[in-house]
Design a protein around this ligand. Structure first.
Ligand code: PLP
Length: 695
């Protein structure tokens, strides 16, 4: 994994080729070779350059699929916004050209684009949801449907002259063309390329290159032939185009490492701005009387447009506010695949009768509650638990669905918010239940039962009170639960207490059922209940710490599970200096060098959630795969490490405070033991200032 070096010099091919594709689009709209050779110009702009837009669709599909289509909604909204801006940007030219009728406006806005190049945006807005839907069908059926749509599109594009000669098809296509002007749109063109980007195979470089050359040759023959036959209604779609794209994409993927976001923004800007530049170049050429060089001469025209677009795009990029690199100082790195693995492992242990309720309180134990809930939601997890109302609202606002149970107290006066966000509230005692019921809202609740911990919940023995809650108007009791206080204690005493609590809980449950009430979902165990016992009789298990792949303490458990830590805590080495023997460092000069010491300063401190005396407690960090000791006293934003044993250490190196680096690991349990607490506290005390970065 080695966080020691972060490569930034790579120019990943996929993002870089976006710029090439944008230049090809400029070529389509300027015809660089038109005054040299019309045939060559046709090949360049109507055959070769047709790789450009499908390429944009493919990279989009590729990156979305890498995240299991998670960002689809966000990308859709962003595209809609960019489209809106672009529509406004070209409104003056629309109006100058005479505008459209209201029906035309609608048609252009929804399908064709309001300016000739803007069709790309409605194509994404229509094609993306379609591709997402098809992706749910699975690879084979999804691609088959998309290919079928593409074929229909072909019939209205390059093959129109041949296809419309067939009986019935002319009527079909005439019908289509009353709805939109071309078939190269979000319905027929985009879905196939989104899905090919998502599922494209990746071959070796030589094979891909040969495939690209051959398929491009085939497409050239196809395009030039159809052009010569005069059957093209439009010239965006060819039979060989998808094949070319798959080879091209495979070739680029082989060279792609990381991301080069500059290429993305640059390509988008070139795409957006170049038609304006065409207008400006023409206008300027006329004003200064240089039509001969910049209008009649197609190459001059092309380069003038390209140059002015490039300058404009570079200006826009320079004005764009820069975002801080989240890994510049100290950060939390989270691993989605570990989280999914843990959820599956835990669910397998719970068995088919009992579902995992993911406890995501305290911002998902420091992992980012929204990220955790979304990731697990995609895995089919439908039950979540938080500590308080505000945490529940954060999840709902982020679009998390399913049950969200608030484990803690919420004042009854907040009932409107509980109802508004469909949150399930824990009833902490009878008075609370009555107050909630009196608010005049229909509320979902789970009934807390106190079986000996004496924290929240109604007394397990008070059957009358328990039943009274079920009888209260407007409260829908959808569950009943208790909490164990010695589930982690394997001593005879601990086991006896747990057994007693379990018996009391099920006695209370049976009492309610005997009175003819439906308890709803019954749950008792948290992580240690599952690690040390059985969940039989329960519908849910409320799992927090195990989900994050960590044990609360390093001690043994009865039935361990193979769980992987999800969060790593990392920071940067700010500098390395050499201290002579006898010199001190830090507040109170708490560190004294005994020998010539290479002292490293790491950009993380007690304000990030680490204890001030971690050095004294035996703290270590990993640097270039090696363990080095924390020395001296922690500052608010820095700490000291002795890096004498790592001569290669240098400023900018990644430092792992908790997690893995190479073969070395510092575990949460180890750190919790040093701090004389449990991992839960270490995790939940990490500062919110630490950005969360997905691995
Ligand atoms: C926090 C909490 C849990 C989760 O506990 P873990 O030990 O982290 O699994 C479960 N139930 C209740 C009531 C809690 O407050």
């Amino acid at each position: 994994m080695g966080v020691g070096t972060v490569k930034r010099r790579d120019i990943p091919a996929l993002d870089g080729f976006r710029l090439v594709a944008a230049v090809l689009v400029v070529a389509i709209h300027t015809g660089p070779l038109a005054s040299v050779s019309p045939g060559a110009d046709f090949w360049l702009t109507r055959v070769l350059a047709r790789l450009a837009v499908p390429f944009f669709f493919m990279v989009t599909g590729h990156f979305l699929a890498q995240k299991d289509w998670q960002g689809t909604g966000r990308l859709w909204r962003r595209t809609a916004l960019v489209y809106l801006v672009a529509v406004l940007l070209y409104l003056p030219l629309n109006l100058y050209n005479g505008g459209f009728s209201p029906v035309e406006w609608l048609q252009k806005l929804l399908m064709d684009g309001t300016f000739y190049h803007l069709w790309y945006f409605p194509a994404v807005l229509v094609g993306l949801p379609l591709a997402w839907g098809l992706s749910r069908l699975g690879k084979g059926p999804g691609l088959a449907v998309a290919a079928l749509l593409y074929l229909v599109g072909l019939g209205g594009d390059s093959y129109y002259g041949l296809v419309s000669a067939l009986p019935g098809l002319d009527v079909f296509y005439d019908g289509l063309f009353t709805l939109f002007a071309y078939t190269r749109n979000g319905l027929f063109l985009a879905p196939l390329f989104f899905l090919l980007g998502a599922w494209a195979p990746s071959w070796g470089g030589k094979f891909s290159l040969a495939g690209l050359v051959l398929s491009l040759a085939a497409m050239s023959v196809e395009g030039l032939g159809l052009h010569a036959m005069g059957v093209q209604r439009h010239d965006s779609m060819y039979i060989f185009l998808p094949l070319c794209m798959v080879f091209l994409f495979s070739l680029l993927q082989g060279k792609n490492r990381g991301r080069w976001t500059w290429g993305r923004d640059g390509a988008l800007l070139v795409y957006l701005l170049h038609p304006w530049c065409i207008v400006l170049v023409r206008g300027a050429a006329k004003v200064v009387g240089l039509e001969k060089f910049f209008i009649q001469n197609s190459l001059g025209h092309f380069f003038a447009v390209l140059l002015s677009t490039g300058i404009l795009a570079a200006l826009c990029l320079a004005l764009k506010p820069q975002k801080a690199d989240p890994t510049a100082r100290a950060w939390r790195e989270v691993d989605g695949s570990a989280l999914c693995h843990n959820a599956q492992t835990i669910q397998a242990r719970l068995g088919p009768e009992c579902r995992l309720m993911a406890v995501v309180k305290v911002d998902g134990y420091g992992h980012g509650a929204v990220w955790v809930a979304r990731t697990l939601g995609r895995q089919g997890v439908r039950h979540f638990a938080v500590a308080c109302l505000a945490e529940g609202i954060v999840l709902r606002r982020a679009g998390v669905r399913g049950t969200i149970l608030i484990l803690g107290y919420t004042p009854a006066a907040e009932a409107p918010l509980l109802a508004r966000w469909r949150l399930t509230q824990t009833v902490v005692d009878l008075g609370h239940a009555k107050a909630l019921s009196a608010q005049g809202r229909r509320l979902r609740v789970h009934l807390g039962v106190d079986t000996g911990m004496h924290r929240l919940g109604l007394d397990w023995e008070d059957a009358a009170a328990l039943l009274e809650v079920f009888a209260l108007p407007r409260l829908r009791v959808e569950g009943m639960f208790s909490h164990l206080c010695l589930a982690d204690d394997l001593s005879p005493h601990g086991r006896k207490v747990t057994q007693g609590q379990t018996q009391r809980f099920f006695q209370a449950v049976e009492g309610v059922r005997a009175a003819g009430r439906d308890t709803g979902l019954v749950h008792l165990h948290a992580s240690y209940g599952v690690l040390n016992g059985s969940v039989s009789g329960c519908d849910l298990a409320r799992i927090g710490i195990s989900l994050y792949g960590v044990q609360s303490e390093s001690g043994p458990v009865e039935r361990p599970m193979d769980l992987w830590p999800v969060l790593s805590l990392r920071a940067r080495l700010a500098l390395v200096r050499t201290l002579e023997p006898g010199e001190g460092a830090g507040y109170g000069l708490a560190f004294h060098s005994q020998r010539p010491t290479r002292l490293g300063v790491v950009a993380i401190g007690y304000a990030d959630g680490l204890p001030r005396d971690w050095g004294k407690r035996g703290g270590h960090v990993l640097l270039r795969g090696q363990r080095v000791p924390v020395v001296g006293r922690l500052c608010m934003d820095q700490l000291f490490v002795d890096v004498t044993a790592v001569p290669a250490a240098q400023a900018g190196d990644g430092v792992t405070l908790i997690g893995r680096d190479g073969t070395e690991e510092i575990s949460w349990e180890e750190v919790a033991d040093q701090w004389e607490t449990i991992s839960n506290e270490v995790l939940t005390k990490l500062s919110h200032r630490l950005p969360i970065v997905e691995k």
